[in-house]
Design a protein around this ligand. Structure first.
Ligand SMILES: [Zn+2]
Length: 290
């Protein structure tokens, strides 16, 4: 009997310890039910009496994202991949020792996407041209992971142009009938020479006239801080420079048809911690949040 009481006490103690670990700090996720390809916003408030928690991470499905610390407040925006399977996922907050200090569940729901075939005759490239394209593409990859921890905006995000959408984010793309991955941005049918505006305040990370055969064409990459970035492709003219700070609505370039493009248009993309996400959903989410 004594042994039973002892184990009961031990059990209560363990439960209390677990409860303490999970009861504090408080985690908020918005929305808790999210569509594939859309985004969630995570906020964490720690008790003031607690010591500051450094290098907190969010873990979802074995992927890790940094929580940015602002006072006793932590923030993180996460892009849910359009390829993540529908279902329930644990969102864990991990401390430096990789221990779970907060836990919540999100529900990932289905996004129905169409498909699109593009007929395009790919040019035959020399080894030197391929090498140049590779280096240019590496600059873009690097840009996606270059961000200030400071939130550089204080207003919801807007669209870069006011035109008709011709290809949604996430649609399955076929190039001459062969699957070429999902569409990583939103295409707008904008007229040649139309002004493209920055979707929010930020720093210009890339503003490049790429080589003739680079599929992106001439592009601009903007860092908005807190892991948020935006990209503008196929431009005819760029009017900003790398390192420059731009304000929301500022003209950064003009519509073109450079790169792999069958006519004047813009491919606009939003990135969260390096992962592409639906820009239309992102503007809606930030309108609800701020
Ligand atoms: Zn596109």
């Amino acid at each position: 009997m004594k042994l039973k009481i002892k184990s009961f006490i031990a059990l209560v103690l363990i439960s209390t310890i677990n409860l303490r670990a999970y009861a504090n700090p408080e985690i908020k996720i918005y929305p808790e039910s999210v569509k594939q390809g859309e985004q969630i916003f995570i906020e964490l408030d720690t008790n003031e009496s607690e010591q500051k928690l450094d290098n907190l991470l969010v873990e979802i499905n074995d992927k890790y994202f940094p929580l940015i610390n602002i006072g006793n407040h932590y923030k993180c925006f996460i892009a849910i991949s359009p390829e993540l399977k529908v279902g329930e996922y644990s969102v864990k907050i991990l401390n430096q020792q990789k221990e779970t200090i907060a836990l919540k569940t999100i529900n990932v729901t289905l996004t129905k996407t169409g498909s699109q075939n593009i007929s395009y005759s790919s040019p035959i490239l020399t080894k030197a041209q391929k090498e140049i394209i590779k280096q240019e593409d590496q600059l873009v990859e690097k840009a996606k992971f270059t961000f200030s921890e400071k939130q550089l905006w204080n207003k919801p995000f807007v669209l870069p142009v006011p035109h008709k959408v011709t290809a949604l984010y996430g649609i399955k793309r076929y190039l001459n009938g062969k699957y070429n991955g999902y569409h990583t941005g939103v295409d707008f049918a904008s007229p040649m020479g139309y002004a493209v505006k920055a979707i929010n305040n930020g720093n210009i990370i890339l503003a490049e006239y790429f080589s003739k055969y680079n599929s992106n064409g001439n592009l601009i990459y903007v860092d908005h801080g807190l892991g948020v970035g935006s990209v503008y492709l196929h431009l005819s003219k760029i009017v900003v420079k790398q390192g420059e700070y731009v304000k929301q609505g500022q003209i950064i370039g003009y519509i073109g048809s450079s790169g792999r493009s069958t006519g004047p248009h813009i491919h606009w993309g939003v990135y969260l911690n390096g992962q592409n996400t639906d820009g239309l959903g992102w503007t809606k989410l930030t309108n609800k949040l701020f």
